[in-house]
Design a protein around this ligand. Structure first.
Ligand code: UDP
Length: 253
């Protein structure tokens, strides 16, 4: 078989040319990085869990009419997605204060915010993904005003969906990051949720105990990251060969 062409290798995923024009294969690696890749490790099984979880969230979003780049899962580590032009912004939605927001504004972690707050960071590892305002985004032409309206609406819809899905399995969605892609369809273009949605890019706390079930387990050395992600997957009924716990919601295909 011909060796497929690698398009890009990131910290947690590798992208390969897909079987048809306009498609890409996303391969989920086991590599974990934090603090702008200053801390790194290989966590066996993380890629498989994130592939399955991202499929679950992207499919669910598709079912409620939120466009995503997801086409189908190919195997335990790979999924087929639409190729898109990634807007160079990390779109962060926060429901409770945590992480960099707590530090920046001196708000205790876990404080509920008066309403969801959306922030934008400029995607640039060398600069440490700095927080930017809509003024920067407009002035530097990273996205148009129409794009920003669409991005805000997508981000809030993803927040409502993910918050609800998590709440149903006893997990609080504290915050998350998404990336947005631009796809071209003839003369038209539209924005879709791209990249991945997984515990690597969300803060997820058990509602009862406050236990962290996300990448903070790795960032802050709080125990086994695989156990935490497995727990999220188990509650959502996303584990391979493992039906959901009785009474837990499932997405109807
Ligand atoms: N996040 C991410 N990638 C990044 C930065 C942040 O996925 O490069 C996620 C992070 O997991 C959290 C949310 O975005 O769910 C907000 O992160 P924050 O700004 O608090 O940064 P951190 O404290 O993680 O440095």
């Amino acid at each position: 078989m011909a060796r497929r062409k690698k398009i890009y290798e990131g910290k947690a995923k590798t992208l390969y040319e897909g079987p048809e024009p306009g498609t890409i294969v996303q391969y989920f690696k086991d590599d974990a990085t934090a603090f702008n890749a200053e801390k790194r490790d290989v966590i066996e099984g993380k890629g498989v869990l994130n592939n399955l979880l991202s499929e679950f969230f992207m499919q669910g979003l598709g079912q409620i009419g939120v466009p995503t780049h997801f086409l189908k899962r190919l195997n335990m580590r790979e999924q087929l997605v639409r190729s898109c032009e990634i807007i160079p912004l990390e779109v962060i939605v926060r429901n409770y204060a945590a992480g960099s927001m707590s530090k920046r504004l001196g708000i205790e972690e876990g404080t509920q915010l008066p309403r969801p707050i959306v922030e934008y960071c400029y995607k640039d590892d060398a600069l440490g993904d700095p927080l930017v305002t809509e003024e920067h985004i407009a002035a530097f032409g990273w996205a148009s005003q129409q794009d920003m309206d669409d991005i805000l609406s997508l981000a809030l819809r993803v927040n409502d969906f993910l918050s609800g899905v998590m709440l149903a399995v006893g997990i609080r969605l504290v915050d998350f990051k998404i990336e947005i892609g631009r796809v071209y369809e003839g003369d038209f273009q539209r924005l879709v949720v791209a990249d991945e949605i997984s515990p690597d890019s969300c803060r997820l706390w058990d509602i009862e105990t406050g236990q962290k079930l996300d990448k903070d387990v790795f960032r802050r050395d709080l125990g086994s990251l695989t156990d935490a992600y497995t727990e999220v997957a188990r509650r959502l009924g996303v584990m391979p060969n493992n039906p959901p716990a009785p009474g837990k919601p499932t997405l109807v295909n």
